[in-house]
Ligand binder design. Structure first.
Ligand code: ATP
Ligand code: MG
Length: 230
């Protein structure tokens, strides 16, 4: 049977340091109710990406625990974990292959109809159809003929198709023109609905749509508020 996660994430007294060096998170405690959108901001080296990697289990805490629906991530079956928690990073937006293949990474057995529905949901369908071979267009590793904003939309379609309970997004820093910026924000709103999200936010517009903004410094939260209060 497939386990269906709700998406309640909790860090309990988490300590973490990379094997080679100093402690990055000395004592981190945070409760993220299912369905909440968190924008994570803070200075470079604060530990934002480290936090994202811990939730995705690239690493485990050296002390304390991270739980999903009150289950320690270390006790989850890897298959359940991969289905429940998906991380979208700016380095891995596209792989070589067709646009359809790239979207289907979120659900390898997806039909073309499902792939197209995911693209439509995040507003990527129109530009994909305008590509030389539509969904069958080959994209090379660096994204070749698709722009930074379009790459991000394709990765959103992939995440939408995967439909995880928890989405972790390391937002691209690349600057976009206004129409693309607008499209990304609309797509993001659709993508965030009905799931827990932790976004390492680089855009003010993303911070604005979050339920809660956490400001990090030296592995600690120094502010925890709604966007309006900041
Ligand atoms: P940025 O805004 O620049 O992306 P960040 O808040 O994401 O910063 P992290 O990448 O989490 O910060 O890094 C936190 C600290 O951990 C930094 O001091 C960094 O040098 C260190 N660090 C990150 N990755 C590793 C690693 N693989 N091995 C050792 N130290 C690392
Ligand atoms: Mg980072």
């Amino acid at each position: 049977d497939l386990w269906q996660a709700k998406g309640h994430i909790r860090f309990q007294d988490v300590e973490f340091g990379y094997a080679s060096g100093r402690t990055i998170l000395p004592d981190f405690t945070l409760d993220i109710p299912a369905g909440q959108t968190i924008a994570l901001v803070g200075t470079t080296g604060a530990g934002k990406s480290t936090l994202a990697k811990l939730v995705s289990r690239f690493y485990d805490p050296t002390r304390g625990a991270i739980t999903l629906d009150d289950v320690d991530l270390r006790d989850l079956h890897p298959k359940d974990l991969r289905r429940a928690i998906v991380m979208v990073t700016q380095e891995a937006y596209l792989f070589s292959g067709t646009v359809a293949d790239n979207i289907a990474l979120g659900k390898p057995d997806a039909t073309l109809e499902e792939i197209e529905a995911a693209a439509r949901a995040v507003g990527a369908d129109a530009f994909i159809r305008s590509l030389p071979d539509g969904y069958a267009t080959d994209v090379n590793k660096r994204g070749g003929r698709v722009s930074a904003g379009q790459r991000q939309l394709i990765s959103f379609a992939r995440a939408f198709l995967a439909d995880p309970a928890v989405l972790i997004l390391d937002e691209a820093t690349a600057s976009l023109d206004m129409p693309s910026e607008r499209m990304i924000q609309d797509a993001l709103q659709t993508l965030l609905a009905d799931r827990t999200a932790i976004i390492i936010a680089h855009r003010l517009s993303t911070v604005a749509i979050a339920d809660r903004v956490l400001v990090m410094e030296h592995g600690r939260i120094i502010e925890d508020d709604t966007p309006a209060e900041l």
